[in-house]
Design a protein around this ligand. Sequence first.
Ligand code: TRP
Ligand code: ZN
Length: 869
Amino acid sequence: MSLQAKKRADYQPPAFTINDVKMEVKLHPTCTRVFSEYQVERCGNHSYPLQLDGDNLKLNSVTVDGQPFQDYVETQSQLTLNNVPDNFTLAFETEIDPEHNQALEGLYLSAGTYCTQCEAEGFRRITYYLDRPDVLARFEVTLHGEKEKYPILLSNGNPVAKGDNNDGTHWVTWQDPHPKPAYLFAMVAGDFDLLKDTFTTMSGKEVKLELYVDKGKQAQGAFALASLQRAMKWDEETFGLEYDLDIYMIVAVDFFNMGAMENKGLNIFNSKFVLAEQHSATDEDFFNVESVIAHEYFHNWTGNRVTCRDWFQLSLKEGLTVFRDQQFSADMTSPLSNRIKHVRVMREHQFAEDASAMSHPIRPEEVIEMNNFYTVTVYDKGAEVIRMFHTLLGPEKFREGIDEYFRRHDGQAVTCDDFVAAMQSVTNLDLGHFALWYSQSGTPVINVTTSFDADNGLMDITFSQHTPPTADQKDKRSLFMPVAFDCIDSLGNHYTDDDGQVENGKFILDTAAKTLHFSNVKEALIPVVLGNFSAPAKVHNSLTASQLLAVFKYANDSFNRWDALQSLYDWCISQYESNQHDTVDESIWHGFEQVIGNESNNHELLGECLVIPSFETLCQKRQLVDVASLHTARNQFCEDFAKRLQHPLKSLFDSINTGDYEYSQQAINARRCRNVVLNHLACAGDADAMLKSQFENADNMTDSLGVLKAAQGHSPALFESLMSQFEQRWNQEPLVLDKWFGLHATTERPDILSQLSMLQQHPQFAKGNPNRVRAVMGSFAFFNTAGFHAEDGGGYQFVTDYLLELDAVNPQVAARIVTPLTQWHNYAPEYQLRMKTQLQRIAEHKNLSRDLYEKVSKSLAYSVTSEQQ
Ligand code: TRP
Ligand code: ZN
């Protein structure tokens, strides 16, 4: 196993390529045989041997142009063939063991279904290959399997032939006409229920849509299939992009490391992102199904038709595709709550990653294990960078740039630079400086300072930017950022700057500092900065509580309005942290009351604005966090908020009539707002009767879960009894049971560790199932603040013990759950010490995976400088 980092700068084009692949796969639980035949071509004039990637394969026989071939060397990770011709047919057979493949990469057999996961480097676990995204081949695949157990045999492209063998097996041959890299290869064998429909493309072609789900789950697949149709239509209307095969298949499986995978013509999904119906899925689940279905569909162009030259370019496809799915979701649902959702991810998770030892640019420079780089930075910050292109160019030019990108690169494996160059070709704006976003890591900070000259009625607002050094890069340059800007006074009048630097509500900050000048000003103005989160930055804009309330009242941008309240909550909590509760005075409580009163019909806005920032978000604005004291301060504030505002909250609650279940944006907003308020009312106390009644009358999962969450922190006895009812009702629905597991794992109680052990003994828990492991251990490590950070270090130790076991089973999942431990730098020294003790234990563990090795060794080697604080 190689623990050596690969560097982006070391890229070399492939010495050979493979143009055509024929595979014959004979499925068997422990001894699947794969017969591979490749048309290989030497690239350029050289005499290097052909080196194929492999991972723990058993090789049976090799032929070159039909003749037995012996001049090869086989290792754990490579098959090297010496003295091969320039153009030849290579054929060989390998053997693999899908049943014992618990890492869920390559071909695996779980819950009676065979399926594959090849991104990023999983194909090499199936057969020897040039397993890199810049080798594109046409695939023909024949699958053989027991007819009874596996009536359905799928691979990419179109089915072209099938038949029965005389040993109880049958076979199907699939041909994919589009050359593709191996990471997009897929096959599936199993027994499913099938949902079918069609989609007629804009040029009039009829595409067959097929959705395969576990037997008996057909009704839960309808929403996903309808989402697919909406996504196909949207991509035609928005980007002029049409689907390019006659059939589009989606298979839902219960064992999956990530959300879903965009294999050409044959997406494989975690069932969590396919199955949804009102009783068992929340509004958020529905939202996620639609957005993941769309994401994978959009990859057909941004990822599959134009793919990545090498894995360092991952954001080329992921950042762009996340941006596309975000735009789609905003169009299907509501722009504001979408934007807030994504900003929360940036602030809670991406900013934390940037501040950690794992900090990397959206296009990383160095990678040990590629699976570790499917990160919030590559995905979500990557999408923010695309969004800035969109903001800077405007929708029309952006579309032109995307058209040009496809015109130039359809069918190719390209780089982020190629993308920027295509965008550059349609605009006069110089994108050279902007491109620094691809290579510079870290979260920029924008400081806003003001000076008001009352005598002359002049006001200056200065914006200065800096990016603190990160673990991977010391020196930082000024970035090129579109800064959405609005300026108001305490009465809500809007002001424009003297020099007209602000155009269409934004200006460009591309130097260390910039000043806007205002004249004829009667009072100190209030700068309203970064509307719609126009750049992935932190803003330090020290507004007073009353100014923040004025921003909420008068700003044009709804995101800014929401954000002003978030800052106000944050400020209040910091007053509590320093025991100055009284500075949160009547005027502020009155301000909150007015927010509720004035916006009582705007359920969307209130549903977001009445959410107090999470502990994780608060951490990102603080250094060396003393977990216990921040946690206590936050809880005290939440309680005061609930008690002081109990009456307006209660009348708001009563005014929201959610009626019979309906999946419409209005109904979703109403449910959301009502459940947010319910949580406050539970916090104020004496709400058991309300909670019970909502639980008993709920005709949908959103409202049931709303009660459980509200009871969880505020009504332990009721919580216990509702949770056991819930378990009995949903015992046979693993996806619902995951919610139950997650609720238990995030409950703050002194005996949480023995609770976790009990959950792990639960008959439905399985270490081999990533959804279960994430529901219990992931929820605990990421979101059980008091338990994970317990002052005796027990939480850290518990997670570590578990990760050491899990690493041997599924390193990819283990490496995700270790993330909170690797973010020790954010906490007070005594916490840091306890976290590092556990990281050290991991580092010393024998046979550690590359995945954990990379994250843990980086984290331990990281020393934080004062500049970074
Ligand atoms: N490309 C997938 C996506 O759409 C990500 C993915 C799915 C993945 N499964 C994976 C990445 C396994 C690494 C390993 O985002
Ligand atoms: Zn993706």
